[in-house]
Design a binder for this molecule. Structure first.
Ligand SMILES: NC(=O)c1ccc[n+]([C@@H]2O[C@H](COP(=O)([O-])OP(=O)(O)OC[C@H]3O[C@@H](n4cnc5c(N)ncnc54)[C@H](OP(=O)(O)O)[C@@H]3O)[C@@H](O)[C@H]2O)c1
Length: 400
């Protein structure tokens, strides 16, 4: 039964604003649990904020609700003589029920289009989304992605999204923090036939998404944008709420290192979203020599950042990005960019997935640089995890 249907069955006509959560995870009660009644004098928005405040101050509430298997948070109230019931589930899908108290007409709408049908302010949706991630559990992992701890402690239980996120979380940095994420086969290949698609898996995508969700900025080489037809990550409303609460903008910025500016401006990276939150315009990091060519078409679609003369000076580029407040940078490669980042000692962390494949063909490793001297510096394993498909997730950091 959908949250909306559940919502319908528990609709309490004429009642004052009531915040309640809906649970249908056996063996807990199969009827939605009304977990909070009205609080005198609160507007619907005030009621949401009241509960956010309680969650922030009493972590126990969060755990209790999660133990109950809460799947959605809903709020009901009256607006302009109309009853409104508005719910959001763990995946950020929104449900709206509208009705009049004495009319026989009962109008229901559901799905993500519901926002068009209501005059609810953006702030209302943001607050509901925040309450969803604070009170309800994270979305269930996709099938084929049961991930467990391997080291420093071996785990017997599959990790849910929040537990997995905690394994890869970085504390809010006062200074910059740059991590490389990459996937390789057992025999060290980072791409086959010009793409890493064959190496990725549901588990890898799951970890990757969580790492990206904590980023201020995603940094890529232009060849990866071209090879993978790279587009902006779509985040659900609870994920956006979580980012905001962690002091991050709704979406990570994307910065592309390029000399040629040879990028498809109609491609997915440059498409503007139509939703409530749209990702910011991509940043193109170019050397001065490339910036002088008068690329007005590019400038319409992206912001241009100049670092270096003939090649992008990556040390300078990272500093410029950090000065703009992009402190948590996730470098997604490809190998040429990652190699230069490693050579310039710009990486604080490497999150590497080893996919259980031997490809035995020619291809790049996760770093490829023309330097003849090996990069210096030690690395320490800080975490390793394993999924049921045999993917190993390794997190390396510089010794502290
Ligand atoms: N396994 C993985 O984790 C992973 C991750 C990402 C990508 N990949 C794969 O790796 C391949 C692409 O990697 P790649 O090494 O060929 O390329 P890349 O690192 O993605 O991009 C290289 C391009 O970035 C620009 N660039 C890099 N350094 C520059 C500098 N210092 N100054 C100016 N421009 C600079 C240049 O762009 P212009 O040519 O526009 O000047 C250069 O051609 C793809 O097959 C992709 O699927 C694998």
């Amino acid at each position: 039964m959908s949250a909306l249907q559940e919502l319908g069955t528990t609709w309490r006509w004429g009642s004052p604003p009531t915040l309640f959560t809906i649970s249908h995870t056996p063996p807990k009660p199969t009827v939605p649990a009304v977990l909070a009644g009205s609080v005198g004098g609160h507007t619907p928005l005030g009621l949401l904020e009241h509960w956010i405040d309680r969650c922030r101050r009493h972590r126990g509430i969060v755990h209790t609700q999660r133990d109950l298997g809460v799947n959605a948070v809903a709020i009901s109230f009256e607006q302009d003589g109309q009853h409104v019931a508005y719910a959001m589930d763990r995946a950020g899908v929104q449900y709206l029920a509208l009705g009049r108290q004495h009319a026989s007409e009962w109008h229901l709408t559901s799905g993500t289009d519901v926002l068009a049908a209501t005059l609810l302010p953006d702030l209302f949706t943001e607050r509901l989304a925040e309450l969803v991630w604070r009170l309800a559990g994270p979305p269930p992992p996709a099938p084929g992605s049961r991930i467990r701890d391997m080291w420093p402690t071996a785990g017997l239980l599959d990790l849910d999204e929040d537990e997995l996120h905690e394994r890869f979380a970085v504390p809010p940095p006062t200074e910059g923090h740059t991590r490389l994420v990459a996937v390789a086969s057992i025999d060290g290949l980072a791409a086959v036939h010009g793409s890493s698609t064959a190496l990725t898996s549901t588990g890898d995508q799951r970890v990757y998404r969580l790492i990206k969700r904590d980023a201020d900025l995603l940094l890529l080489g232009a060849a990866t944008i071209r090879a993978e037809r790279y587009g902006q990550t779509i985040l659900s409303a609870p994920e956006v709420a979580r980012r905001r609460a962690n002091g991050l903008p709704p979406y990570p910025a994307v910065a592309v290192v390029t000399r040629s500016l040879d990028l498809d401006l109609t491609g997915p990276l440059f498409r503007r979203g139509t939703g409530r939150h749209t990702p910011p315009r991509p940043i193109l990091i170019v050397p001065a020599a490339a910036a002088t060519d008068g690329n007005t078409a590019v400038a319409e679609h992206a912001e241009i950042l100049v670092a270096g003369e003939h090649d992008v000076d990556l040390t300078r580029a990272v500093r410029l990005l950090q000065d703009r407040g992009h402190r948590r940078i996730v470098c997604e490669g490809g190998p040429s960019l990652a190699g230069q980042m490693a050579q310039a000692d710009l990486l604080d962390e490497i999150c590497l997935t080893i996919a259980p494949q031997v490809l035995a063909v020619a291809g790049p490793r996760i770093t490829a640089d023309s330097a003849t001297q090996p990069a210096s510096g030690e690395w320490q394993l800080s975490r390793s995890l394993l999924d049921e498909m045999g993917n190993v997730f390794l997190r390396y950091a510089r010794p502290s």
